[in-house]
Write a protein of this length. Structure first.
Length: 250
């Protein structure tokens, strides 16, 4: 008998590694490009064109998931943080505003990045959702890299506080939805059945609190180098940038 064909994307295969390598190459190119055309008319044209490109991948994927054939209340509603991260990416690219940049930086470089490293993908090449999945995840992280490492939109403690606050609002809102609908978006109401790192964080709701503390700590570590570098470069009194005083145009 022939072995059954796999119906899920396999992790750490040649295909997966090739995708990751290509993704990282583009990250470097976008950081370099952002530094070269920062503050020029070319910057405005590029980042707004980039902003318009993202919905070309994300909107069709959301529409497909909401069609009766594919709709599943447990997974089809766009309530994951990755769903909000690509929206933040569009706003940040279009406006260059610190608040949207904060969300795409913290959400994109942690949670969306996790989707790239360990993708949960059932549709294989050349299925349209294959391209939509990778397009959404890649574009979100690319936007974060371009805006922060390229254009140098400030990341500071104000950004950190805003991202943590927005994430807490999301967690409370989605947890309430899960209770009402019997769903488990974000694994906020129960752990994954197959086991995960959350198993080390204790029972519900304690593991949610531990998860929030861990994420907040990682984000603080992602903030500190930017604050320190800005102090060193500007030669200002410690604490001035901690207050979140914007140093860029909106």
């Amino acid at each position: 008998m022939n072995a059954p064909l796999t119906t899920r994307f396999q992790l750490f295969t040649t295909e997966h590694l090739a995708l990751v390598v290509g993704f990282l190459v583009v990250c470097v190119l976008l950081a370099v490009l952002g530094r070269r055309h920062r503050g020029t008319p070319a910057e405005l044209r590029f980042r707004r064109g980039f902003a318009l490109l993202i919905p070309c991948f994300t909107v069709p994927m959301q529409v497909l998931q909401l069609l009766p054939r594919d709709f599943d209340l447990a997974i089809s509603i766009p309530l994951q943080l990755c769903d909000f991260a690509w929206i933040a990416a569009i706003v940040a690219l279009w406006t260059r505003h610190w608040s949207a940049t904060a969300l795409v930086y913290f959400w994109g470089l942690t949670l969306t990045m996790q989707g790239i490293v360990t993708p949960s993908l059932t549709d294989l090449f050349p299925h349209p959702q294959y391209f939509m999945f990778w397009g959404m995840h890649f574009a979100t992280v690319w936007a974060a890299v371009y805006l922060t490492f390229g254009l140098r939109v400030p990341v500071n403690w104000r950004s950190y506080r805003f991202a943590v606050g927005a994430t807490l609002v999301w967690a409370v809102s989605v947890m309430a939805f899960n209770f009402a609908a019997g769903t488990n978006y974000g694994y906020l109401n129960r752990k994954p059945a197959g086991g995960s790192l959350l198993d080390f964080f204790g029972p519900w709701p304690g593991y949610v609190v531990v998860e929030i503390v861990v994420v907040a700590t990682v984000w603080a570590l992602m903030t500190y180098p930017w604050v320190r570098a800005r102090r060193s470069t500007a030669g200002v009194h410690p604490g001035s940038h901690d207050l979140g005083i914007p140093t860029h145009r909106s």
